[in-house]
Design a protein around this ligand. Structure first.
Ligand SMILES: *[C@@H]1O[C@H](CO)[C@@H](O)[C@H](O)[C@H]1NC(C)=O
Ligand SMILES: *[C@@H]1O[C@H](CO)[C@@H](O)[C@H](O)[C@H]1NC(C)=O
Ligand SMILES: *[C@@H]1O[C@H](CO)[C@@H](O)[C@H](O)[C@H]1NC(C)=O
Ligand SMILES: *[C@@H]1O[C@H](CO)[C@@H](O)[C@H](O)[C@H]1NC(C)=O
Length: 441
């Protein structure tokens, strides 16, 4: 599974309802292993994808399948969150299959992770192998209420890792009263191909890195390919369905064999989250994600421009272009052409990319919350300095966002390439403007 190119990392709302299960978190495709159109592998791959969402929805949210004959075997695994209903599971996975066709059209090996489900494919078996080498995390922008929050949290999440170990679907939710007025809710889950011991150690790793990933925050989510955890102040899961999923004999249908299939010796490094320090309170905002149709052509144009500029000039220039869609404020309205963001503007907006403003990290790099001089809140994703790979990935992301416009995604405002920094600027929507998108003005 080497050479997987990370796809996109997007920001999600701090609170969840059933609709949020379809939120895209992260993904990757193997760009060095492509199949040929019309090949036997593709036939197997397509057959599996067409049957997997229904199979998972019908069997308590988990299905794995191997189709074909060597050397064209297609392996796949689909899993839904334990508290997803069969129809939520189905719709999350159907979305994943659609996105797979757009994001990883010819790649043999790929994974897409959503809040409510995960879809993973390969031409080689990965069943039963723990995969924690890629970490994606998203932190709440709320500060934890007190310094001892993390000890309540630590106790809750360690308890949930144990509970998941003992639960038939390796899924657990629970809550703890941090103060008489504040309850912390948590969730821990593994893909059901893992052995119980592997699940437990995978979850334990995730719990251990909470203080590094989301120091001093009241909510957080950490995603590995094989497990994930989440905690928030306030409930975010369907308690009835979650209880049913945790009970020894799940009501709707027995979980299909969750035991280890191929207990490979995948040697996984301990994941790391960079960054520490205290947090600053920021407003309660949901980050949502909306890509209007008009954006995609502009994005492609902008890609071309940037590519040409970068190839022409070794010296770094200031390139910031904006994709517009008519929802803009005055500043955006003014610039029906490219809007110029300076690096210095983005530095000022994010307090020089301070730890306090860091709100997440994906395959590409950290994401910061910022406020522009005109008060507009933005989310800024920062690439590693001056790597050619970073540039390709960034290009890739812009293309992918354009492709994924049918989903509820964060609106890309523009980007900035200056002094070796590569930055993408997204809209950071408040709940209020969120309503505008949900309710159509
Ligand atoms: C695989 O396909 C992707 C997408 O079409 C392409 O970007 C990539 O270069 C291909 N890789 C190889 C090794 O052909
Ligand atoms: C596995 O996939 C094939 C299609 O390739 C399908 O016919 C079969 O029913 C699937 N098996 C299970 C157990 O889902
Ligand atoms: C998967 O495909 C790649 C390249 O297409 C090949 O090198 C590799 O051996 C395949 N793996 C298996 C297990 O067949
Ligand atoms: C709680 O957080 C503080 C500061 O981030 C850290 O020093 C302490 O070890 C943490 N406690 C636990 C139980 O994680």
């Amino acid at each position: 599974m080497n050479g997987l190119l990370p796809l996109i990392f997007l920001l999600l709302p701090a609170t969840t309802n059933a609709d949020d299960l379809g939120y895209y978190i992260t993904g990757a495709c193997s760009n060095n292993m492509n199949y040929t159109r019309g090949s036997a592998f593709q036939a197997n791959h397509d057959a599996i994808l067409s049957s997997l969402p229904a199979a998972a929805a019908a069997s308590s949210g988990f299905a794995e399948n191997v189709t074909g004959a060597a050397p064209d075997l297609a392996y796949s695994l689909a899993q839904c969150r334990g508290d997803a209903s069969a129809s939520e599971c189905r719709s999350c996975l159907d979305g994943a299959v659609r996105d797979m066709a757009a994001l990883c059209p010819v790649q043999k090996s790929a994974v897409l992770i959503y809040e409510g489900c995960l879809l993973r494919l390969s031409n080689a078996s990965f069943f039963g192998r723990v995969k924690t080498s890629r970490t994606t995390y998203v932190c709440s922008s709320h500060k934890a209420s007190s310094p001892d929050f993390n000890s309540s949290l630590g106790a809750l999440m360690s308890g949930l890792a144990e509970k998941a170990y003992g639960s038939p679907r390796m899924f657990a939710v629970g809550a703890v009263n941090h103060t008489p007025y504040e309850k912390i809710h948590g969730m821990a889950r593994c893909t059901q191909d893992l052995s119980r011991d592997d699940c437990h150690s995978c979850l334990a790793k995730a719990v251990r890195i909470i203080p590094d990933c989301c120091p001093g925050r009241s909510g957080g989510r950490i995603f590995f390919w094989s497990s994930s955890i989440r905690y928030e102040v306030g409930p975010f899961y369907n308690i009835q369905l979650a209880e049913a999923a945790m009970s020894p004999s799940p009501a709707p249908a027995p979980a299909p064999g969750g035991g280890p299939l191929f207990n490979g010796g995948d040697h996984y490094p301990v994941p790391r989250c960079k960054g520490s320090g205290s947090s600053r309170t920021v407003r309660n905002t949901a980050l949502l994600v909306s890509i209007p149709v008009a954006i995609s052509l502009l994005l492609l144009l902008l890609l071309l421009l940037v590519t040409v500029c970068i190839c022409k000039n070794k010296k770094v220039h200031k390139h910031v272009l904006i994709a517009r869609d008519g929802y803009g404020d005055d500043e955006e309205m003014r610039s029906s052409g490219p809007l110029q963001y300076d690096l210095s503007t983005l530095r000022a907006a994010t307090d020089n990319f301070s730890e306090e403003n860091k709100i997440g990290k994906g395959g590409f790099g950290p994401v910061y919350k910022g406020t522009l001089g005109n008060g507009q809140e933005i989310a800024v994703k920062k690439w590693s300095k001056s790597s050619q790979q970073g540039h390709d990935e960034m290009k890739n992301e812009v293309v992918l966002i354009a492709k994924l416009q049918h989903r509820n995604l964060v609106r890309l405002l523009g980007f900035c390439i200056e002094e070796g920094e590569k930055l993408l600027v997204y809209e950071f929507l408040s709940n209020k403007s969120l309503d505008k998108f949900i309710f159509g003005e």
